[in-house]
Design a protein around this ligand. Structure first.
Ligand code: NIG
Ligand code: FE
Length: 420
């Protein structure tokens, strides 16, 4: 099965099978008037149409792009896509002056979503998740990392990870599951937090590892949630479970989560709004990806992560939505790119590389996805605009016209295709 994408004004992509750092982050390869040939789910050719004809002949299918821009599909390396209920009431309270942590301490926050998620059936959770995945896809995201973390008991954490497994098997988006049972202290342990850490270490993490439902583990390392010492205990077994590590680090307070992530050779240290110069220096010397979540800063009206300083210090920087009902209820990577450029000071080319190739590195898949190169999975988006800058220049709208996943058209003219 082959698909030829033709008539593009430009094909723009970062290149390589590993993350890009420093000045290299801005170095996109731009092919003018190029075609892309997908064959058996992979990219077989990028370049001039005449050469493609000579070498490969007639394709099975042609997608005309009418002067659009072809980019790699977005990879979203930090999402919490499985939940029930919503928290617009808390959003309103924050607009009137309460803080995210005030609300969490009063029984709201993550624990209010935990109550709704525990009460929901697996079928309801799957239906809600699939709806969100459709929106991710319509806005150009073809792969996500997906965390549990609204169960905070063994049964519901396992059910969330089963929903992620089931969604992965029926939806075009690839989901990479992460166990985030250490997302918060559940209400039943409020007065004995150490007992909750012990339960996670002794029972919940080992059971989830045995289930084979998670590839990675994450901890919300934060003042009032899990401190550095508790986080260390929670991560100590990860290697023996075959888990890679993501870490919610230095989000609301400068605890030193970034340094801890590096110490554990984590795939990623995420948020980093309060990272210190020491944390930046540690990340710069490591392979750990700094996953920045400007949607959270925007929605919580808090500081931006120091994106410019991180890139200039040679850290590997990636972008993600943090899609969740409390601090960033969006599936839109184009919105995240707008915030990363206009809010955090990245250039558009940097934001493109950070949301494709470097985002793939943050989930350990930069050799397979994240760029338009021969041999990589044919995960592509086509903008209804001639150049990649339009991704953020024409802000507030969805610029994505077509989406290709594994060589198949999954969004055509803005609409999800059922099996065509
Ligand atoms: O990444 N920081 C912890 N977790 C989420 C928020 C989850 C929620 O509020 O429901 C975050 O911001
Ligand atoms: Fe998060």
């Amino acid at each position: 099965m082959s698909l030829l994408i033709r008539g593009a004004h430009q094909v723009a992509t970062p290149t390589g099978s590993g993350a890009r750092r420093g000045p290299e982050l801005a170095a996109l390869t731009v092919y003018p008037d190029a075609v892309v040939l997908c064959k058996n789910g992979r990219i077989a050719f990028v370049g001039e149409e005449a050469e493609q004809r000579n070498r490969f002949g007639e394709p099975d299918e042609i997608l005309e792009t009418d002067g659009g821009c072809v980019l790699p599909g977005f990879v979203d390396p930090h999402t919490h896509p499985v939940w029930a209920g919503s928290r617009e009431d808390e959003f309103d309270r924050r607009l009137r002056g309460e803080t995210y942590m005030d609300i969490a301490r009063s029984g709201g926050g993550i624990n209010s979503t935990v109550r709704a998620t525990r009460a929901a059936s697996s079928e309801e959770l799957l239906a809600a998740t699939l709806k969100r995945l459709d929106r991710f896809l319509e806005y150009g995201t073809t792969t996500i990392e997906a965390k549990s973390g609204y169960g905070l008991d063994l049964e519901t954490e396992l059910r969330m990870l089963e929903v992620i497994r089931d969604a992965n098997s029926v939806h075009p988006i690839d989901l990479h599951p992460t166990c985030l049972a250490a997302h918060e202290i559940p209400p039943e342990y409020r007065d004995d937090r150490e007992a909750w850490v012990k339960r996670l270490v002794d029972e919940i993490h080992p059971e989830i590892a045995r289930s084979g439902l998670a590839e990675a583990v994450d901890v919300f390392c934060e003042e009032g949630v899990f401190d550095l010492q508790q986080t260390r205990r929670l991560l100590a077994d990860a290697n023996s479970f075959g888990w890679r590590i993501h870490l919610h680090a230095d989000e609301l307070t400068p605890l030193g989560g970034a340094e801890l992530a590096v110490e554990f050779d984590a795939l990623s240290a995420d948020h980093l709004m309060c990272i210190t110069p020491k944390g930046i220096a540690a990340l710069a010397r490591s392979e750990t990806v700094s996953v920045l979540l400007p949607g959270t800063s925007f929605f919580l009206r808090s500081a931006w992560a120091p994106a410019r300083a991180l890139v200039d210090a040679n850290c590997v920087v990636a972008l993600a939505t943090d899609c969740n009902p409390g601090s960033s209820p969006t599936e839109s990577m184009p919105m995240i790119l707008a915030l990363a450029t206009l809010g955090m000071g990245l250039g558009v080319a940097e934001a493109v590389a950070a949301s494709t190739l470097n985002a793939a590195a943050a989930i350990g898949r930069a050799d397979e996805i994240g760029s338009i190169e021969v041999g990589k999975s044919a995960d592509l988006i086509i903008l209804d605009a001639p150049t990649y800058q339009h991704l953020v220049y024409h802000f507030g709208l969805n610029p994505v016209r077509h989406v290709i996943k594994g060589g198949r058209v999954v969004v055509r003219d803005g609409l999800l295709t059922a099996e065509e």
